[in-house]
Every structure is written in structure tokens, then in C-alpha cells.
Design a protein around this ligand. Sequence first.
Ligand code: GLY
Ligand code: MN
Length: 463
Amino acid sequence: MSEPTAETPAETPADQPKTESHDPAVPAAYAAFMREGWGERDLDVPRHPVAEWAAARRARLAEAFPGERLVLPAGTYKVRANDTDYRFRPDTAHTYFSGNQTSDAVLVVEDGESVLYARPRSERDTDEFFRDRQYGELWAGRRPSAQEISDSLGIEVRHVKDLPSFEDDRKTRDITTDADLARVADELRLVKDEWEVAELQEACDITALGFEDSVREWDRAREFGERWIEGTFFRRARAMGNDIGYDSICAGGSHATTLHWIDNTGAIEPGRLVLLDMGVEGRNLYTADVTRTLPVDGTFTPLQRDLYDLVLTAQQKGIDAVRPGVPFLAAHNAAMEVLAHGLEDLGLLPVSAQEALDPESKVYARWTLHGTSHMLGMDVHDCGRAATEIYPKGDLAEGMVLTVEPGLYFQEDDLLVPEELRGIGIRIEDDILVTADGNRNLSASLPRTSADVEEWMGRHTAG
Ligand code: GLY
Ligand code: MN
């Protein structure tokens, strides 16, 4: 093999530590000296509360594919730039069915028996622990041992290097390539168990704190712009959760009309609104997804308030529609009914609201743009590979969690709306649990009415 160049990077053999060209040489004397004289390094890996839930989930998955072998990898690191990777975040289905969050593991479910093939801490008799940038204990931290993972998750754990190639006659499905397995896994995740609901509630509660932090730092937000809010929220997410569940949308002024504005390069300017769509992903990977639209000055102008109240009415009608047995789309239909009539009252529709609401027309959607709801769980847009007839075309059931997030968006170059509306974007989003007899708003601790938003901003921006 020729010497590696910029075009042909060196491949690291599987059993060699992953090092970089600028790492110093390791002479034999140094390597030998490094391998001796080490004691124990404790790692606190208590029994994980998800263990029993995950076992029940695996049993349901196995029931759906009798006699088959199901393979669910956690995934591995993704390169961010050259030799630096993104922080690892395991595949959702892998963690849902195993509880494991360590990288490179593979869950195998077979005849109701499950084995987690994991990449445990490196032994001290090779160079890996002090040379390997990805897995080395002295570079990346102490990984749990196979025994520790097993004790914590209540599952048999073997080393991932012993993962069989599965070349026997048994049907083997790998979730990364098998659409049926991916579909069933997502369908099983639609209804949240009690432990998951508590995790989502916690994610919403930490998210509320992150919104509060942002408003408490309003002076700095006004000085530095959208990214001050992004950073402020991120600090809360990392301090109390795992991460943010998706890139925060911190959209001042007309940026709010860009649905996924994540550049966050703009200013926070007097007299404007700022749309904040932010969610904390908790330590067990359940994420909130909450949007509030705030007046930069702490009080809405009469026009902003009218539009805000229209979106709030639509959202409330959407939330009111959520209960077991109704179509998933009930919240969307209820919210769009309100917004289409509101747009008619504003004199914007080229036809009546009733005509605009006809599925063959939908011209009102020029200003509402997106669906009102998506499922929420470990993925912000959860269970997206479920069969269409089940989600989104199916019915709601107790234990499902969905967002209700209608919005109005008037682009700054929209010549069909009066100038005073151009550049205004408003969305209000909450996370709604379907209960036995209706619903519960998991993000209700954040204010929603225009009056409550103003009172809350006044309380947290003062001093
Ligand atoms: N929070 C962004 C979205 O729902 O698309
Ligand atoms: Mn959302």
C-alpha cells in the first residue's frame, strides 16, 4: 500500500489504535511502561430503571417476528472534521429495546433471548487505552465493562468482536436495511409506557427552565442577538439533560417566517417578535419540542396580539381535539379551521374559508405552511417509519405523545398581504399526552396566553 496522502487517508486496521499523524511516536519502552502498574478505576453504573421496560419491549418485538433473528445496531461515531467526531448519540430503536447508550454495540434478539454485543472498556495489555482517540480510556474516558453493562441493563453482554456473521439458515433482519423491522419498531414506540411519559415530562420541565434562562438573559440577547439565546438554552440542556433534541430555532423578526431557521445569526430588535423553538433531550434521550413567540419589548403591539391570539385559539382548538380514538389529523384539522377563518377575516383569502379548507384547494396554507402535529418521543419527529395507515393516517390512542404547533407566517416579500404583516411569524407549540379521557399538556408550565407571556417576561427580565 502506498504512503497515505491527503487524498488517500490511512486505514486503521481494526486492532490498531485510532491515532493521528500529529500524535507523538510511541517507542517500545514507553508502550511497555504504560501497560504496567495500574489499579482499579471505578465507574458508577447502577441498575438502569429502563431495564425491565426494555425487556418487555424486546418480548413484543420478538413476538412480531417469530423464529427470526433481529439485529439492531447502536451505530458508531460520525466524523465532524478530519479526526474529530460528533458526540455519539445512539440509534433510537437500539436504545429503546436495550437501554444501552454506548457506541458500536449491536442488540441481537432471537427466540426471545437477547444478547447485547458491546464494545467495553479496553484492557490494559494493549496500546488502545492510552493511544486510541475514540475508545481509549485516557482519551475518551472509561467505558463500562461488559459485566457492568450487563448488570446495569439486565441483559447478556458479549464483546462486539464476537458478533457472529449470521450465515446460517435462520432469517436475519437488520434494522438498518430491513424496512419491515424498522416499521414495526416505530409502531411499537408509538404508545409510550409510564416510564417514557415521566421522561418526556422531565424533558419538558428542563425545557421550561431553558426558556426561562433565555428570558432572564434578555439584555444580553438584545445585545448579542439570536445566538445568545441558542447558547443559553444549550447550557441548560447540557447541564440537566443530554443535549438539545434538535438544533434550536431562535428566530428574531422575519427569521420567524423561515420554518427551520437554525443559522441564528440575527439580531433581537425592539418592536419585533422572536420565535423560539427549542427542546431539551433528557439523559435517557427523550426530547421536548416547544415553541413560544415572544415580544422583544415584553408587550405585544395590538397587531401582534391579534395575530398571536388567533394562533393561540387555533392551537387550543387543536389541543382540545386530542383524545383516544380520534384521527391523528384531528388536531391539524381543528387548528386549520380556525386559521383559515382568521385569514378570511383579515381579507387575505382569494376564496371563502370554506372553499380554502377543501382538500383540493388549501390556498390558506400559503400562510400556515406545515402540519400541526408530529409524534414526539426519543426522536423529535418520532415513529416516522410507521405504516402510513397507522401514523399519520391512523387514530390516536392513550399513551401517544404529539405536538400541537400551528403557526402563521407572512414572508417579507409576500405581495399578497398588507405591508404591516410582512415579516411576522408566530408559532405556539406544546407537547400533548393522550390520556384515557382526553389529554394532558406536558409543557403547560410555560405561559401561552398573550397576557401570561407578558407577565412571565416581566417577572424574569426584571432584575
Ligand atoms: N421543532 C421543529 C419541528 O417540529 O420541526
Ligand atoms: Mn415540532
